[in-house]
Design a protein around this ligand. Structure first.
Ligand code: FPP
Length: 251
């Protein structure tokens, strides 16, 4: 039976997050510049967006550019920005045909103005779509997001809009960039690294983590199906009582 058929459509993760890693190493292995790896990574993005949409996953969040990525050499940053803008702009029609909605999370004011403008045009063009929501994390980090949420809460408290005594985890969550979506049930990281690297720190509290040695530019639909199948084999407990043993488990 092929991998896609092994997936139980009734227990799909609603939200899958991916740390797309290994573009630089892939390029190095081929004797190319790092941007060569990023360019080939675009095809992998296309494949997972298609795979997630076809399966019926509701949200797909991709870590496309982290706050820390601003420390990379200027030429790589410029190349990545141009690549991202071009890829999104060129794909907008196809994304629209596939009913994909696009959202951006991150400190977008840090992005070059022209990049920001073009991305927002695509976000706007796709805003009415009801299929897969593709979330691009751009100039994003989990610590930035939580800090930003705290700043906004403090401003609201100072202006009397928010009562500090009412603040609980639900209130904090409502100030996060991801307030509109469920936490990811599954996080995939490629390239063999086993770290969270400042991605969705708050939202990953109970997420199943899946690490694969495949470098991002080699990532294809089958790899995505494998991750979903692995996720479906795991018993998800949320720190409660196991269905099997009845024992109280630590999470
Ligand atoms: C990590 O590899 C990858 C990135 C920082 C960029 C990911 C961006 C793309 C795949 C471009 C297209 C994206 C979209 C959404 C159209 P790395 O450079 O850290 O690799 P290394 O760890 O091997 O050096």
């Amino acid at each position: 039976m092929d991998l896609k058929q092994q997936i139980d459509r009734n227990s799909l993760p609603r939200h899958v997050a991916i740390i797309m890693d290994g573009n630089g190493r892939w390029a190095e292995k081929k004797g190319g510049e790092r941007i060569f790896g990023h360019r080939n990574g675009v095809e992998s993005v296309r494949m997972v967006v298609e795979a997630a949409g076809e399966l019926g996953v509701e949200y797909l969040t991709l870590y496309a550019f982290s706050t820390e990525n601003w420390n990379r050499p200027r030429t790589e940053i410029d190349g990545l920005m141009a690549l991202l803008t071009r890829a999104i702009t060129n794909e907008t029609n196809k994304l629209n045909k596939n009913n994909v909605r696009l959202l951006i999370i991150g400190n977008v004011t840090d992005l070059p103005k022209s990049v920001h403008k073009q991305l927002m045009q695509s976000v706007e063009a796709l805003s009415e779509n009801k299929g897969l929501t593709l979330v691009l994390a751009l100039s994003y980090s989990g610590r930035w997001e939580i800090t930003d949420a705290v700043k906004k809460m403090m401003a609201d408290a100072a202006s009397g809009k928010l009562d500090p005594d009412r603040v609980d985890s639900n209130v904090l969550e409502s100030y996060l960039a991801t307030a509109f979506m469920p936490d990811p049930e599954l996080l995939i990281r490629t390239s063999g690294e086993r770290r969270i690297s400042n991605f969705l720190l708050w939202q990953l509290a109970y997420t199943e983590l899946y690490f694969t040695p495949v470098l991002w530019p080699d990532y294809r639909k089958e790899h995505f199906y494998e991750a979903i199948i692995d996720y479906q084999r795991r018993e998800r407990r949320f720190g409660m009582v196991s269905k099997k043993s009845g024992a109280l488990l630590n999470h």
